[in-house]
Design a protein around this ligand. Structure first.
Ligand code: HEC
Length: 102
C-alpha cells in the first residue's frame, strides 16, 4: 500500500505531462474518384458522414452497394429518392466495385 501511495505523484505527473515538440497531424488524402454520379454521392451521402465510411468497405458487388444505400434510407432515414439511389449505386459499383453483380 505504501508503495502505491509513493507511486501516486509519479502517475499524476504522467497525466499532466506536456509535449513541447510541434505535433504534426498527418494529412490523409481520400482518393475520391470523380466521375459520372459523383455529384449524387456528394448530395446524398456526405451530409451525415465522410467519404471514408464508403471507402472503408473496399471493392464490393453491385448488390452490396445497393444494400448499403437501402440501409441508409431504411435505417438511418436518409432522404434519398429512387432515382438518386440508382445513380449512387451505379457510381459506387463502377469506381468501388469488384465486378460482381451479387
Ligand atoms: C441520414 C444520414 C445518412 C446518410 C444521408 C447516409 N448515411 Fe451512410 N451511414 C449513416 C450512419 C448513421 C452510419 C453508421 C455510422 C456508424 O455505425 O458509426 C452510416 C454508415 C455507412 C457506411 C458504413 C457501413 C455500414 O453498413 O454502416 C456506408 C458504406 C455508408 N454509410 C454509405 C452511405 C452511402 C453510399 C450513402 C448515400 C447513398 C449514405 N451512406 C448516406 C448515416 C447516413
Amino acid at each position: 500500500m505504501k508503495k502505491m501511495i509513493a507511486m501516486m505523484p509519479l502517475l499524476a505527473s504522467v497525466l499532466f505531462a506536456q509535449v513541447n515538440e510541434k505535433i504534426e497531424v498527418p494529412y490523409v488524402a481520400f482518393p475520391v474518384k470523380m466521375g459520372k454520379g459523383f455529384e449524387a454521392v456528394q448530395a446524398n451521402c456526405l451530409m451525415c458522414h465522410s467519404f471514408g465510411y464508403i471507402l472503408n468497405q473496399g471493392r464490393q458487388s453491385r448488390k452490396f452497394w445497393r444494400g448499403k444505400v437501402d440501409k441508409m434510407i431504411i435505417h438511418f432515414k436518409a432522404p434519398i429518392d429512387e432515382k438518386s439511389a440508382k445513380i449512387v449505386t451505379e457510381y459506387l459499383f463502377e469506381h468501388y466495385g469488384n465486378g460482381k453483380e451479387k
